[in-house]
Design a protein around this ligand. Sequence first.
Ligand SMILES: Cc1cc2nc3c(=O)[nH]c(=O)nc-3n(C[C@H](O)[C@H](O)[C@H](O)COP(=O)(O)OP(=O)(O)OC[C@H]3O[C@@H](n4cnc5c(N)ncnc54)[C@H](O)[C@@H]3O)c2cc1C
Length: 373
Amino acid sequence: MAKTVVVGGGVYGSAIAWGLASRGVEVLLLEAQTVASGASGGPGRRGVRANYRDHRELPLMARARDIWPDLHETLGTGPLFERTGHLMLIERKRDLANAQARIDLQNRHGISTSMLSADAVRDLEPGVAPSVIAAVHCPGDGVSDHTATTRAFAAKAKEAGVDLREGVRVASVTERGGRAVALETVDGDEIDIGGDLLLFANSSVRDLVRPWADLPTWNLALQVLVSRPLSDNPVRHLIGHASRTLSLKAEEGGRLMISGGHLGHWNPETRTGTALPEAIAANVADAAAVYPSLAGLEVEVADADHLEAESVDSIPTIDRVPGLSNAFMGCGWTGHGWAIAPAVAEMVTKWALEGLRPPELAPFGYARFGGRG
Ligand SMILES: Cc1cc2nc3c(=O)[nH]c(=O)nc-3n(C[C@H](O)[C@H](O)[C@H](O)COP(=O)(O)OP(=O)(O)OC[C@H]3O[C@@H](n4cnc5c(N)ncnc54)[C@H](O)[C@@H]3O)c2cc1C
């Protein structure tokens, strides 16, 4: 049987490899380091959030919210998802009109969302600062263990017969007659492709498809902080903020995860990231401005070791590779590709098997950027 090759052992590559193999496709999954060493791994948990998501991703999120609660049963693990609800906190009056528009839009997509008054916010989050005047509440949102989920997808993929090879970094794609026929690795090995090629290597996709497409994406080392255990962690929900670079999640042992988009420094030689003191201080200061009891919080882990590709319009590209009739690509998740992953992986798998693009993926086509391809 022709061998399909998936590049990237993150959540996307692992879930797609499993999806294809469980439908009888012979799959080789290539990962440069180890499974879940990229954006799908690292400390803390990831937000599974429909609230304030780009409108083009809401249909994907609606499907993902059907999958997440029972995913652990499908994958045969302990619980992976916790429904905490998401609150987007608002401190500025000028953010209220935007909030109302999002509430209306999300409800139209079947994602139950409401505006909370200042008092109602305090019923749910008693520790917020007096400056918080309202919040947008999305009770169906939650958090999930990204590392465990990604490893579970990879384990299922292996169980379904996927040949998983870690430590194999793909350098380039070889084309013949409009098809991807082989991959060359950085060690100079050549790997034949008999079936499809699925490029879901996040930070590397742009370089790998460069001969055929100019993806307007770039890589960022997003920072995550985890606090030392707090005697009284004030954060009860998944928290976002309408005007600060801030995301908060309660973690096990009274710890708090603080993220939201501050950046670390990436060293391309060593392929490692380092959190920067000024970004750590800024993230902690924002957290304490919104939850005053967090003033003086001590950071236990500061991580910026997990690259993510950002896209010029803040939504991913999920498409065939122009000029390679058997190749697909997915990247540019822009810091919010986790929550939609089980739904997108399911849709890409169906597309590869049946040859028809699922309509929900139409907004993510490469043609939206114009130009070459
Ligand atoms: C700090 C941080 C916080 C985030 N928070 C959230 C959140 O709260 N909610 C949310 O929805 N999303 C969040 N995201 C985004 C989400 O985690 C990512 O969009 C998602 O995990 C991407 O999955 P992936 O499989 O495409 O990429 P990755 O997990 O990066 O997997 C790609 C894999 O490809 C491998 N690879 C790279 N190049 C090559 C190559 N040349 N050859 C072979 N293998 C290669 C890498 O080693 C990597 O393992 C966050 C991301 C980060 C970094």
